[in-house]
Design a protein around this ligand. Structure first.
Ligand SMILES: Cc1cc2nc3c(=O)[nH]c(=O)nc-3n(C[C@H](O)[C@H](O)[C@H](O)COP(=O)(O)OP(=O)(O)OC[C@H]3O[C@@H](n4cnc5c(N)ncnc54)[C@H](O)[C@@H]3O)c2cc1C
Length: 462
């Protein structure tokens, strides 16, 4: 490493390059230099100075993405020094630096009794990433937002020409729509404004239904305002977490409710991966399929639990002994009944041919139709996701499973997220994101003809 690269640029804190890994080590980045700007002018200096800060320039938040979207052989821009938080209760917004995590936002807003409109499980994701990449939670209500970027009402970024762009929903809704799914390819974001709302209290219950024949979304919800499913294709089951919105002013969770919620979170954060990572694979996976539904049924039998929506935010710490890896596919609700038998058939065929089966159940989020971003995963109708999950992050059979699963999902008009779907390729992305992708490619080429932000991962897709 040539340290002279960084030594004559004292204004922006920089470090020599080193290998950076994402949370579970599935993907790596090998930057020549790491820049840590602390404000917009330092960020603009990094973007403009192509000699010191060589291309590709890729931002990095908490490195919790599930593919190599963050990788670079040039400059990694760490956003950790962009860390201010400003709450405006009168305007019902929170404005944060790009490096602020969803957990920090939750902890700032909670004492004020307010929350972000979309509160996913992942607490580590940073504002800079979630405003322009895909991060989701199940929609609350038939039309509720399911994508964090859709609740972003303004952002500030430095584009490929090194200019500051200050865009808001009010000033330029169409530009916001493009930026909300721009994946760092149109600029590096340094400040984000989210809408906030009064805290939402939910009651949680569980039900076990067959995966095939597929229940309708109404049967899965059974009157609930939101649902998250845990699909078990080998056992032909889907466990449904039903979330009922309680009226404003309802009393907060009791201590017993909090204890039950904690049990659910331990299962979520590490319980589901702890045993599969240690016990004989296929024997344990089948047993766990049975145990999990029993545990969640017991939770329901003893009254479910009540929790604030913000309680679902989890700190996925980097120091742990077992890992999970997952992919993302959203399937139109109108194709779900045909899709679930195809998933079961694929899983069984792959197990027969290779001996490999998924170690943990797949997550099924319900996303309402949403056109707030150009590359939205639910642009035309409500979608259900099938995020298949495994504990063997770097197993070649897991990679092969995902490559084949990509084709199954694409056959059912699935939509990917470019920071979460594993092993995407050019034809798959063109086929699944269709005309919106082509329009995005035109915009990207016009705004960044020299590929300042185009790394190898995205270079293979465009
Ligand atoms: C254990 C675990 C649980 C998860 N749970 C969920 C979940 O519940 N729901 C969900 O939707 N996702 C979930 N994810 C995925 C995760 O939310 C997203 O991948 C998210 O983008 C990660 O944010 P990050 O800050 O770590 O981004 P990074 O991984 O650091 O970066 C992701 C992408 O964003 C770009 N980027 C980062 N900052 C900026 C910026 N300031 N300007 C422009 N581009 C930028 C990067 O270049 C990269 O392409 C989970 C991931 C893990 C590891």
């Amino acid at each position: 490493m040539d340290n002279s690269l960084v030594s004559h640029r004292p204004t922006v804190a920089s470090e020599p390059g080193r290998t950076l890994r994402n949370w579970n080590g599935s993907d790596v980045s090998h930057p020549r230099v790491i820049a840590v700007p602390s404000d917009s002018s330092e960020l603009a200096e990094v973007v403009k100075d192509r000699d010191t800060y060589q291309s590709p320039l890729r931002a990095a938040g908490s490195l919790h993405s599930m593919n190599a979207c963050f990788e670079t052989t040039g400059t990694q821009v760490m956003t950790r020094a962009l860390n201010e938080i400003k709450v405006d209760l009168a305007e019902q917004t929170v404005t944060v630096g790009a490096g602020v995590t969803l957990l920090q936002i939750r902890n700032t807003l909670r004492p004020m009794g307010v929350q972000l409109e979309v509160t996913p499980e992942i607490g580590n994701a940073t504002a800079g990433s979630v405003c322009c990449c895909g991060t989701k939670d199940s929609s609350l209500g038939r039309t509720g937002l399911g994508q964090v970027s859709s609740a972003v009402c303004a952002m500030k970024l430095v584009n490929a020409r090194g200019e500051v762009e200050d865009v808001s929903e009010k000033s330029d809704p169409e530009r916001m729509r493009v930026l909300r799914s721009s994946y760092g390819l149109l600029g590096i974001v340094y400040e984000v404004t989210f809408r906030i709302q009064p805290a939402v209290l939910l009651r949680y219950e569980y039900a076990v239904l067959p995966l095939v024949p597929a229940p309708t979304i109404e049967q899965m919800r059974a009157g609930a305002d939101a649902m998250l499913g845990f699909a078990q294709p080998y056992a032909n089951r889907i466990i449904v977490e039903r979330r009922f919105r309680l009226p404003d002013g309802a009393g907060g969770p009791t201590r017993f409710s909090r204890a039950k919620r904690r049990f659910r979170d331990i299962l979520w954060e590490s319980g589901a991966s702890f045993f599969p990572a240690r016990l004989p694979h296929n024997w344990w996976f089948d047993t766990q399929d049975r145990l999990l539904q029993t545990q969640l049924r017991i939770l329901t039998a003893i009254g479910g639990f009540t929790a604030h929506r913000w309680d679902s935010t989890v700190d996925f710490k980097p120091n742990r002994s077992d890992w999970v890896d997952f992919t993302f596919w959203a399937i139109p609700v109108s194709r779900w009944a045909e899709f679930t038998p195809a998933v079961r058939e694929f899983c069984e065929r792959f197990r027969e041919q290779t001996g490999f089966r998924m170690s943990i159940m797949a997550e099924v989020y319900a996303l309402a139709r949403d056109q707030h971003s150009l590359l939205s995963p639910s642009p035309n109708e409500d979608m259900l996701t099938m995020d298949v999950v495994d504990t063997r992050t770097n197993d070649p059979l897991w990679a092969e499973f995902n490559k084949q699963f990509n084709e199954v999902a694409a056959d059912f008009v699935g939509r990917p997220l470019l920071n979460q779907t594993k092993h995407p390729n050019r034809s798959l992305v063109q086929r699944t994101l269709g005309p919106e992708w082509l329009r995005f490619l035109e915009i990207r080429k016009r705004e960044d003809p020299q590929g300042r932000f185009l790394n190898g991962f995205f270079g293979d897709l465009v």
